[in-house]
Design a binder for this molecule. Sequence first.
Ligand SMILES: *Cc1c(COP(=O)(O)O)cnc(C)c1O
Length: 462
Amino acid sequence: MSEFRQLPAVSKVLEHSALVELRSRFSSGVMTNAVRAELEAVRSRLKSGQAGADLDAVAAAVVRKLHDTEAPILRTVLNATGIVLHTNLGRSPMAEIAARAAYEAARGYLNLELDLGSGKRSSRQDPIRAGVTDLTGAEAATVVNNCAAATVIVLRALAAGKEVIVSRGQLIEIGGNFRIPDIMATSGAILREVGTTNITRLIDYEGAIGPNTGLLMCIHTSNFRVRGFTESVGIEALAALGKKHGIPVVDDAGSGAAFDLSVHGLPDEPPIAHGIAAGADLVLFSGDKLLGGPQAGIVAGKAELIARIERDPLMRAFRCDKMTLAALEATLRLHRNADRVCETIPTLAMLTMPLATLRSRIETFAERLKAVPGIRLLEVRDDVSYVGGGSLPDIAVPTVVLALTANCHTEEQFATRLRSGMPAVMARVHAGQLLFDLRTILDRQLDDLFGAIAVALREDSL
Ligand SMILES: *Cc1c(COP(=O)(O)O)cnc(C)c1O
């Protein structure tokens, strides 16, 4: 025990001149916590037989810790992975006009729930309704925090205590522990699985319909595919079946492609308007996947069903904030000019960027890099990129990458240096090399990426 007495008291460290200087920048609570944490660390070093620390050393360590924790944890990442909808990196980068709408909403007041004409209260859903109904062809629309929340509230409002018929082939886990059977249980609806993993036919649904059936549901299997001997029921046939029995049909479209992406050589994600046109009563999709907007869960469909959903008490818990709504309204406005969305919505511009453009951008970038010291290998080559890490991992598009290795660092060290830079850079590590895909780098970020790579290539420690 005796050696622990060498530890200075918390109050002594706080009175050290190095910490007194910091009193104008940190509250006493923050400084006290930092001192306690450092003393705790010294104590456990002593316990394991290592050297202790005197007052000056403890104070210096606390000052370092306080400085280190001053930079925000959330910071800009230059996404050189080529994965356009990267959930860990915040999914869709928004259009400048949408980002600015969120910024203006954040820094002041706005008519969030106020009709400026009459001066009366309005619904925060009003600004997004027309944009969504235009896009989907639905009668009405509402929005909640994300598509997971949309699924919960739809199931709860329309089918609590009732059976919801879903194909076994569609009982997916979307990621982040979002599993359809669990969501069903949480909402109070009763899951009624039909068919098998690979085959579900219309008669399977029809045979399961009974007096307690609340909904028929079709879930887009965004993140996996069943290949080979398979059969599933399209939304048209399911909608017709629902109509025949007077049961609402819900289409969880998930990724929410605003238009048919196959015209750009991308695999056919069913456009969101397809569900309503095919007769679905409700369609659900995310705001931050292929729509290219903020995180949101959009519900479009029959006015009577939307009204029931909006009356559910969970609506208050799931409602979007002012920044999201402002950004979503702006994004939906961009979608009104469908011919230009591949220029105006960054997510769609990245996804549809022609191979020739990718090649010329990367060749210009590689040419510039050649002059930077510390490079062992630099090569431009063909590869594939994926639309979405977790959201649409199955959709691969041809791309061009820059393969790089450093003189003084292994690929793991190089990747770590890039990640800990300011701005941080995420590249792909593959077969001993770092691969950079400029598809997901905006033009205005090219200089920053160049600078970050040059710094990471240096021999010194960061
Ligand atoms: C992504 C996805 C969801 C979840 O959407 P979030 O907006 O991430 O909550 C739900 N259903 C499907 C089919 C999806 O692809």
